[in-house]
Design a protein around this ligand. Sequence first.
Ligand SMILES: [Zn+2]
Ligand SMILES: [Zn+2]
Length: 487
Amino acid sequence: MRRLLLLLLASLVAAGAAQAAEVLQLQGTLDGKDHQRYLELPFQVPAGTGRVGVQLRQDGAKDRTVIDLGLLDADGFRGWSGGSRSAISVSRYDATGGYLPGAVPRGEWKVLLGVPNIRAGVRTPYHVEVTLWSEAEVQAGKDRTDLVLRAAPGWYRGDLHMHSTHSDGSCSSQQGRKVSCPLFLSLQAAVRQRLDFVAVTEHNTVSHLQELVRHQPWFDRLLLIPGMEVTTFQGHANVFGINGPLPFRLGDTLPDWNALLRQLAGSDAVFSINHPALPSGEDCMGCGWTPARAVDMDRVNAVEVVNASQADGPRAGVGFWEQQLQQGHRMTAVGGSDSHNPDDVDGASPVGVPATLVHAEALSRDAILAAIKRGRVVVDVHNIAGSRLDLWLESDDGRRADMGEALALEDGQAAILRAELDYPTPVRMEFVVDGRRELAALEPGDDGSQQARLRWRSDGKRHWLRVDVRAMDGSLAMLGNPVYVNW
Ligand SMILES: [Zn+2]
Ligand SMILES: [Zn+2]
């Protein structure tokens, strides 16, 4: 048996990345004597490693050579995928099917190769690439590539708030008992609601990241965004786009909300205050937004203005959000079902109700999160199929700002605020300018939509202009984010 084992250590510098993943190349050649043997290819994993990736390449298929793949960590068995996979990875939070997530111990690891078949007289070179990402790189998401489910720009519909067995979600078992509810059922409920994306936001944990990684290939029309509902005694906030756990022990290991907001600054993650107007008390401890210390609201990306069925009245978050806008803090209004039971289709918080409509460059995690920050976003209170609301401001000198964008308009400059709506039942539209509401006259557009316009003149100061859609009984049906002036 002649085996050439080359160990090459190369550092790949990813563009713009401060730290670089380490890449090890393990290569050799199998021959007939390796038939039905196992080979161990050792490599060193340094302290502080967050993810180990293994990729096997060989082109012996034409000679009927088969190479199985497995992995041993410094403590022993880590996983086995036989001949079914050529690329696998393990980290503290997730692992490819057949492999165990968990701590990444330093020391000698081994890629395990099994050789069910190699013919006598055949020589098959193999090439194993091992990639080591540091824990810091994993936390920063540098170990992942953005999965694009749809490449086209457009409106995408999702639910940004739900719970499963990984926190306090429950549903009926086969025998009708109330049990902790498998996450898969919530994702299937999202499919039934025709959603394009969901954020799974468990309370103060990340044990669901593993399942999201495993489920995503099957849900190839539903983008799964990992989130965490940072649940404190002084309020709840969803963080969308996490790569690991976040601190939540406010008043203990986390001095105040600002420390978390500083930690997230510069990352792709979105920080959204949840159900700010719910009362806090023995029925729901810490549910309202009651920070003990002033929060830097300019670092807050979003507010959940509609939580479950709370779209109108004192428990809706609209008033809190508009107050922030009035005080000069620009943040995107979103909605979330806060579903705790995927079977609960007629109850107070079914999955997908409300839906958040996001105009994004693509259906991918990076694109959806960036689009939420930009703010061309609408909350569809009842998640009505085919509904659409859009708004833009056109200045008399031909400039245009879409929802979420800003336009500079000097004192005396005039502009037209235009809204466009698709909605299947009779509704009315209401323009909201700096919090003042004004009924809009609806007229049919050429494309079957309903349109409204408002002539508006600037005084050179800062303003926000947006639009709401209300049912004929006055209840909120759709909520639009603002166009900003002079911000
Ligand atoms: Zn909550
Ligand atoms: Zn929740």
